[in-house]
Design a binder for this molecule. Sequence first.
Ligand SMILES: NC(=O)c1ccc[n+]([C@@H]2O[C@H](COP(=O)([O-])OP(=O)(O)OC[C@H]3O[C@@H](n4cnc5c(N)ncnc54)[C@H](O)[C@@H]3O)[C@@H](O)[C@H]2O)c1
Length: 246
Amino acid sequence: MNVSGRVALVTGGGQGIGKAISLKLASYGADVAVVDVNIEKAEETAAEIKRMGRRAMALKIDVVNAKETEEMAEKVFKEMEAIHILVNNAGITRDNLILRMKEEDWDSVIDVNLKGAFNCTKATVKYMTKMRWGRIVNIASVVGVIGNAGQSNYAASKAGLIGFTKSIAREFAGRNITCNAVAPGFIETAMTDALSEQVKADLLTKIPLGRLGGASDVATGVLFLASNASNYITGQVLNINGGMAM
Ligand SMILES: NC(=O)c1ccc[n+]([C@@H]2O[C@H](COP(=O)([O-])OP(=O)(O)OC[C@H]3O[C@@H](n4cnc5c(N)ncnc54)[C@H](O)[C@@H]3O)[C@@H](O)[C@H]2O)c1
C-alpha cells in the first residue's frame, strides 16, 4: 500500500479522521495538502507531516465555496506539481428529529457534506485527468447506508455522497481515475465525544466487535483505496464499522 511520490489533498485534515488520514498517507510516502476551515489545526497537521520528512501545505478553505476550492486546487498543483489523491472528508452534523430540525440545519449539512465533495472533486479531477491517474475517496457513513433517527439531514448527505461516488466512478473510469467511498461506523473523535454515555453504551450493544472504531482504522481503509493495491476497485463502498451493518 505504497503511495510514495503521490500528492494527496485531504479536506477537514485539521483534526479527527481527516488528520489520521493525512498522517497515514504521509507515513506511506505521500506529500499532503491539508485543507480545513480551521487553519491553526491544519497547520498543526502539516507541521507533523513535515517532521516525517514529507512535503506538506496547509490551506484555509471552506469547501462550500466553489471559488475557494478552485483556488485551492490551482495553488496545490502549482506548489506540489501534481494532485493524485483527493479525500473528501470534511463533514459536520446538526442533529435533530425532523419536526424540530431547522431549515438552516438541513442546508448547512447538505452544503458541507455533499456540495463540498462536489466542489472539491470538480476542482481537482481535471488535474488527475492530465496525469491519467487519480484516486478519489469520499468519507460517507454507516448512517448513509442504514439511516438514523435524528440525523435525516446527515444520512441524506452521506447517502447522496454514495450515489455521487458511483457516478464519478463511471464518469472517470476511462481516465484511470477511481472513486470509492469509505463508510465508517462510530469512530472515537470530537464528533462522537458529543454523544452521552448512555447513547454510547447503547451503541456498543449494536457493534459485534464490541468497541467504537479508531480514526486509524478508517485511515487504513483510505490508504488502501488511494494506493495501487486497489487498482481494480471503483464505485464501491468500504464499510468500516465493527460489523454494525452487514
Ligand atoms: N466520527 C465518526 O464517528 C464518524 C462516523 C462516520 C463518518 N464520519 C465522517 O468522517 C468525517 C470526519 O469526521 P470527524 O469525526 O473527524 O469530524 P471532526 O469534526 O473531528 O473533524 C471535521 C473537520 O472538518 C473541518 N471542516 C468542517 N467544515 C468544513 C468546511 N466547510 N470546509 C473545510 N473544512 C471543514 C473541521 O474544521 C474539522 O477539522 C466527516 O465527514 C464525518 O461525517 C465520522
